[in-house]
Design a protein around this ligand. Structure first.
Ligand code: DOR
Ligand code: ZN
Length: 431
């Protein structure tokens, strides 16, 4: 079955994209023979987002999110592949738990991968999961954050890194040191501090910096692939930059759209909806991250899609869980920034959301618009003007600190392995 997509805007030129079953066959400025035709009428076509950082929940937390709702949200946000974090209930810390998760994930409408989660006592389980070949990396939390176990022992961290290296897989780290956070918590313990406005002081930037420093030191010894997740401060970025310039091991840096586009100021309106770990920081941090991104020091943008129940988020600050959904907002926020402010080039967005994530995870034939690659695309109506409105989200988590943000550009269709999925009321093709 061959499908010709005509009038696609790719790299600023109108092109014809030929899909042969699951894969892209050619991108040409002239038409090709096909069984059917889809007309994009000049809309943009880009490789779909490969999101290396999502929390899909399901299992005992299906009320927060499940694979059906998360993958529907992914389609709506132009995300064609999702990688799921292991801090689920049960956690993905044994082969048995991994298989349970694989079972519920089978209904996913988008491609997916999974990580194994390190605990203080599961090295052998991690090896079993790596051996079996179905985890894409090892996630390590250096501090508590939504139902996970903390690993802080330096020796154990070294062993985890060595294990990942043996299997040529990355270690993905949540870098905030728990002891450091606990120390800062003592300074803000009274009722007067039971407000999300203190979140950044408690989960202090120093704690993030120390954790990044520790992991970089360990990985420079072990020489494993290290991915520092959600870099949030200027100081972390400077350190990562310095290592990147000299390191003889692969060090990757991820940023999230919220650490790039929001400061803690938004908490005045968003309250706990903007409570996230690591916390939202200051203007000098968003500027440093943007600068680093434009200079090539950031490797990936991950959504850190972290859905929770609305009622949970409406609890007082200390009881409310951290995190908010991101699958439906990440790519639109980035594209809007490109279309409106024009400061992030489109090829940078594609590199950070698709090409690099594919390379880091060694995915075969994904992340580029090349012959033989899987036809995983996002189609964007670049003229549409929309406003972020959580009540219309397909994730179960219907809240966001980006509520009311005006955006230019809208994902209208997402192709997964050659098959198109239209967003509600936006049929744009004819046979
Ligand atoms: O805010 C966060 N939420 N940070 C994390 O590290 C975990 C995540 C979650 O799973 O809710
Ligand atoms: Zn996360």
């Amino acid at each position: 079955m061959k499908t010709l997509i005509q009038n696609c805007l790719i790299d600023g030129a109108l092109q014809f994209v030929l899909i042969n079953n699951e894969c892209l066959e050619s991108v040409t400025p002239f038409p090709q023979e096909a069984d059917r035709i889809i007309d994009l009428e000049g809309k943009m076509l880009i490789p779909g987002m490969i999101d290396l950082h999502t929390h899909i929940r399901d299992l005992q937390q299906a009320y927060k999110e499940d694979w059906h709702s998360a993958s529907s949200a992914a389609l709506a946000g132009g995300v064609t592949t999702i990688f799921d974090m292991p801090n689920t209930v049960p956690a993905t810390d044994t082969l048995e738990h991994l298989m349970e998760k694989q079972h519920v994930a089978a209904c996913s409408k988008v491609n997916y991968g999974m990580y194994g989660g390190a605990t203080p006592h599961n090295l052998e389980d991690l090896e079993e999961m790596l051996d079996e070949g179905s985890i894409s990396g090892i996630k390590v939390f250096l501090s508590a954050s939504s139902s996970n176990e903390v690993v802080a022992d330096e020796n154990l961290l070294k062993q985890i890194c060595a294990l990942a290296r043996k299997y040529d897989k990355p270690v993905l780290t949540h870098c905030e040191l728990q002891d450091c956070i606990t120390e800062h918590e003592k300074m803000y313990h009274g009722d007067a501090y039971n407000s999300v406005m203190y979140h950044g002081a408690i989960r202090n930037r120093v704690c993030a910096y120390k954790a990044v420093e520790l992991m970089l030191r360990i990985s420079s010894e072990v020489k494993n692939k290290l991915m520092i997740l959600h870099v949030s401060t200027e100081e972390e970025m400077q350190l990562v930059k310095a290592y990147k310039q000299t390191a003889d091991f692969p060090v990757y840096a991820e940023v999230t759209p919220h650490h790039l586009f929001l400061t803690e100021d938004v908490l005045k309106d968003a309250g706990n909806y903007g409570k996230v770990n690591p916390p939202l920081r200051m203007m000098k941090d968003t500027e440093a991250l943007m600068n680093a991104l434009l200079k090539g020091y950031i490797d990936t943008i991950g959504s850190d899609h972290a859905p929770h129940g609305l009622q949970e988020k409406q609890k007082p600050y200390r009881e409310a869980p951290s995190g908010f959904p991101g699958l439906e907002t990440s790519l639109p926020l980035l594209l809007s920034r490109h279309l409106q402010q024009k400061d992030i080039p489109l090829d940078t967005i594609i590199r950070l959301t698709s090409t690099n994530p594919s390379q880091i995870m060694q995915l075969e034939k994904r992340g580029k618009l090349l012959p033989g690659y899987y036809a995983d695309f996002a189609v964007i109506d670049q003229h549409a003007e929309v406003v972020v409105s959580a009540e219309h989200f397909l994730t179960k988590a219907k809240y966001t600190p980006f509520e009311g943000f005006p955006l230019q550009g809208k994902v209208v269709t997402t192709f997964i392995n050659g098959k198109e999925h239209h967003q509600k009321g936006k049929a744009i093709f004819h046979d």
